[in-house]
Each structure stands twice: as C-alpha cells, then as structure tokens.
Design a protein around this ligand. Structure first.
Ligand code: FEC
Length: 309
C-alpha cells in the first residue's frame, strides 16, 4: 500500500501577537479567562524574551519543514505528508486532522515535540488527535515517547559537552542540571511515567556526555493552589549555592525549542536568581531543527507505521 501517510506534528502553540495572549491564555485555562493581573504578568514575560516575541511559532514551522525533508529522504517523495497540530493555538490539532481528511489521507501517525510521556501532556495531545481522526475515519497511530532514542541522547550529550567547553569547565567541575516542566503532583498517584522517563533521559545523557555531577529539577510550575512536582529550579539553585557549586549548566530535557519557558524561566528568571547567589548559570542550546533530533523524530514516526487503530 503506497498511499501517502499523514504525519501530525504536534506542539504547544504560542500566540500570534500580544493582542492574542488573552485568547491563548484562556485556552490553556480551559476556557477560564485570566484576571487582568495574570494577563499582564504573562504579557510582560513575552515582552521580556529575546529572539522575537513569539519564537516558538517559527521554530515549530522550521521543525516541521525539516522533518518533512528527512521523511522524504527516508521514505521517498510523497510517502509521508506532515501537518501541524497545535495544542493551544491555530492550526489546532483538530485543524491538522481536518486538513488531512480534505487531502484524502486515510492513515495518520501523530508525534509530539516533547520526548517524554505524561497522561497530562502527550496523552492529552494524542487523545484529541485520535478523536478527530475517528470523526474523519482516518486510521491513527500515536508515538507515545522517544525519550531514550539513541540519536536524541547523542544530540543532547553533544550540547552538554559544548556548553561545558564554552564555559571553560571540565566534565567533572561544573554541575549539569537537567530540567523539565513541572506537573501537578497528583500524577504520581496515577502511576504516570513522566518523572521516570525524564530521569531516564537525564541519566542516559549524563552517561553519553561522560559527566558524573548532575541533578534533575523541575521548572515553570503553575499556580493552581494544588501541589506541583518539586523541587523547583530556584529552590535547587539555593541548595547548590550552599554546596559551593559555582557553575551550573541547565539542560532542559522535556523541551526541544527556544520558547517562553526556556527564554524567560531559565534565561531571565533562573539566571537572575543564580547571579544573586553568586552562581554562574548557562544553558545548553536547544535542539530546534538539529538534524539528529529530526532523525530521532523520523525514525519514531516510521517505527509506528503498522500500529494503526
Ligand atoms: O513560547 C510559548 O509561547 C509557549 C511556551 C510553553 C511551552 C509549554 C510547555 C508545557 N506546558 C506544560 C504544562 C502546563 C500546565 C499548565 C501550563 C500553563 C502554561 C501557561 C503558559 C505556558 N504554559 Fe505550559 N508551556 C508553555 C506556556 N503548562 C504561558 C499559562 C501561564 C503560566 O502558568 O505560566 C497549567 C494549566 C492550568 O492552569 O491548568 C499543566 C507541559 C509542557 C511541556 C510539554 C509540551 O511541550 O507539551 C507539561 C512550550
């Protein structure tokens, strides 16, 4: 069967403009508009980041184009056709599936631009994609995670080593601080694999990079009145300053792109906090459209063909 296979490439989504922040934030909050203060807080974070106001949109576009090229090389022209589906912005996940239906696609693979699975992250994307595919009678198979793909681990390890070289620190002098987006702590009672997979990625990268001093920490927790997974990066930095660590290389392993949670939460907020503690803090370059990352994605997509519902 040589009919084209649709590939739904899913990512978080970002607003179109500063005027679009309110609608975006309302969507994240499942239809509940933010207060004026919450909206101002988020808008000011977007204003503060370097690399353009909403770099995630362009980064996602570039990733999807690069993945399409890699899939063309591996599967032949026309075998795989990529579509975008965003969680909180247009084109939404459902729009991507509808576009496939218009193009006559009968089978689709879904993949999310984050390597580890959680029922609250990737699980949510895949559920929406699967439901939309069912409505359009498209057979669907989802990639749940690729957090230990050897080429992904290799790409991250290279970036850790490059970050240490740039700082002039040897592999056993500096401390590598792996990080990921926190989630509500109740996921632990749900036997969710998120935390284990993040630690597995971190450990594999540490081994591949040949580093012995590393820790894992959470970042970007929400304020919902319920407990989120900790410790948060700011708290972790307090502890490291007391242990006389003087250089930290932050290595986000749950994010793949330059976007708000990296450019603000790490580059501005965590860096400012570290400097107040007398600690030097740097971060690895994000993967964005790194050919190795594209290879890991393409390989995961191709490996999932055959597992259609
Ligand atoms: O650059 C950008 O415009 C978008 C950056 C962005 C990424 C991202 C990734 C993840 N999130 C995850 C979970 C949650 C949960 C809540 C939540 C809230 C926000 C808000 C903004 C935001 N997230 Fe996000 N996230 C990004 C941006 N996120 C803005 C709202 C204001 C704030 O809290 O800062 C809480 C929702 C609620 O209130 O119920 C939970 C997870 C990821 C990583 C996986 C992925 O990429 O999907 C998990 C990028």
């Amino acid at each position: 069967d040589h009919a084209p296979i649709g590939v739904l490439v899913m990512s978080y989504g970002t607003p179109e403009s500063l005027e679009g922040v309110e609608a975006y934030y309302t969507h994240i909050r499942r239809g509940h508009p933010p207060t004026e203060e919450q909206l101002e807080d988020l808008t000011s974070r977007y204003r503060a980041i370097v690399g353009g106001v909403f770099p995630l949109r362009e980064n996602t576009n570039r990733q999807v184009e690069a993945l399409q090229r890699r899939l063309d090389e591996l599967g032949g022209q026309g075998r795989y056709v990529c579509y975008q589906g965003l969680k909180h912005a247009s084109p939404f996940i459902e729009d991507g599936i509808a576009a496939m239906a218009r193009d006559g696609i009968e089978r689709a693979v879904g993949i999310v631009l984050t390597p580890q699975y959680s029922s609250m992250s990737v699980g949510g994307y895949l559920k929406r994609a699967r439901e939309a595919a069912e409505r359009h009678e498209i057979a669907f198979a989802g990639v749940e995670s690729y957090h230990l793909h050897p080429v992904l681990i290799d790409a991250l390890a290279q970036r850790v080593n490059a970050g240490l070289v740039k700082a002039g620190v040897s592999a056993d002098e500096g401390l590598v601080l792996f990080s990921a987006h926190s989630l509500p702590a109740r996921i632990l009672e749900m036997n969710d694999p998120y935390q284990d997979q993040l630690l597995e990625t971190s450990k594999a990268v540490a081994e591949a990079a040949g580093i012995s001093r590393w820790q894992f920490t959470w970042q970007s927790a929400g304020q919902t009145g319920q407990p989120w997974l900790g410790p948060d990066i700011l708290e972790t930095l307090n502890g490291l300053a007391k242990e006389n660590v003087n250089f930290v290389l932050v290595t986000p392993v749950g994010f793949v792109s330059d976007h708000l949670e990296v450019l603000y939460d790490i580059d501005i907020e965590a860096k400012r906090h570290a400097s107040e503690l007398g600690l030097a803090l740097d971060r690895i370059q994000m993967l964005n459209d790194d050919p190795k990352y594209m290879q890991a994605l393409a390989d995961s997509v191709i490996g999932t063909v055959g597992g259609f519902d």
